[in-house]
Ligand binder design. Sequence first.
Ligand SMILES: NC(=O)c1ccc[n+]([C@@H]2O[C@H](COP(=O)([O-])OP(=O)(O)OC[C@H]3O[C@@H](n4cnc5c(N)ncnc54)[C@H](O)[C@@H]3O)[C@@H](O)[C@H]2O)c1
Length: 364
Amino acid sequence: MPIMNPIKKNKFSILFNQDGYLELSDYIKNNNFNKILILTDDNTKENCLDIFISSITYKNDEVSKLIKSRLFYYSVKPGENSKNIDSSIEIWKFLIHNRFKRSDLIINLGGGMITDLGGFVASTFMRGIKFVNVPTTLLGMVDASIGGKTGIDFREIKNIIGVFEFAKIILVDYRFLYTLNKRQKTAGYAEMIKHSLISKKSEFDLITKINDVENIPYELIYQSIIAKVNIIDVDPFEFKIRKNLNYGHTLGHAIESYFLSIGRDLLHGEAVAIGIILESYLSYLKTGFDYEIANKIKSYINTLFEIKKFSDSDISEIIRLLKHDKKNSSDKPMFVLLENMGKPLVNQAVTEKEIEDAFKFYRV
Ligand SMILES: NC(=O)c1ccc[n+]([C@@H]2O[C@H](COP(=O)([O-])OP(=O)(O)OC[C@H]3O[C@@H](n4cnc5c(N)ncnc54)[C@H](O)[C@@H]3O)[C@@H](O)[C@H]2O)c1
């Protein structure tokens, strides 16, 4: 396993692999947490919990024994349906029942669903208790576990309730990827493609060398984490450059919501991958982004992801949803577009006709 240097910032630290476990156990000892809840979903409970426990107690010394004696466990059903107020209430009840205090700790062991839900529950319980994220999906490692956005879905609206609160520690252990299925890995890879496009051209060149997501070099995942950290470090509350992270997400989000509403199966990352193709073409139309590069992005993404069919009525429904996206400050959808690789421009307006043309570009 290559050595990955920890990433230390004022608000949070990102730690890696076995050294990370040692530092996490020191953190637990030094803060003298009396109770520690490990939140999982049923899949991460089955596939990741033993690895986590054996690694955090690896040294088998007094500290390890102490940690083990203070652990509590709570698991929710896997899937986005658990990221809601009902699960939050059940976890709050569990914390109250087990007399958790503000000085205790929650460890979120799971993908983005668990880190979003657990981060939200922790930040609101007794006005906020500390939490640690241990991402177990690729999407969680490079994106969802980092950056302080916590939240739940409410009344069919994704992430509509939530707070900004940073996990004190994010512990990345690449071994969790061994049990993650290929479809989930590919979906997470969409966010890595996005990070490369808003970073610099050389990053995208490295990304396109990968033709099998089962063999992503850990260094590339690390680079993707750095790309996100560099942005959120400067603009944690999304006033300025954090908006760049929405590249591919304006249309991606509308497509995801639309598929959800008609019961068509599509993962977040799969919707983002389509969004990236569409928004690369919109970039060509609006900012003079190189058409050949937009084409290259499309060809590359289409080798990894299944191409979806969109009828004319699908497209008009997606455009309708786009106008109602909560991220729009007016009822005009605003996009992040690329002027060049690594040169995103925020707040770009596009017309409906241009969006329809982008879907034509995706289709052929
Ligand atoms: N907070 C943020 O900044 C942010 C950013 C992006 C996405 N998100 C959120 O993240 C969520 C999506 O995250 P996700 O893609 O990680 O989905 P997820 O957490 O639902 O995990 C996907 C599936 O993989 C399973 N799984 C997780 N780890 C596993 C492992 N190691 N082995 C086997 N199975 C495993 C899960 O049980 C689940 O069935 C969405 O709710 C999205 O809104 C948040």
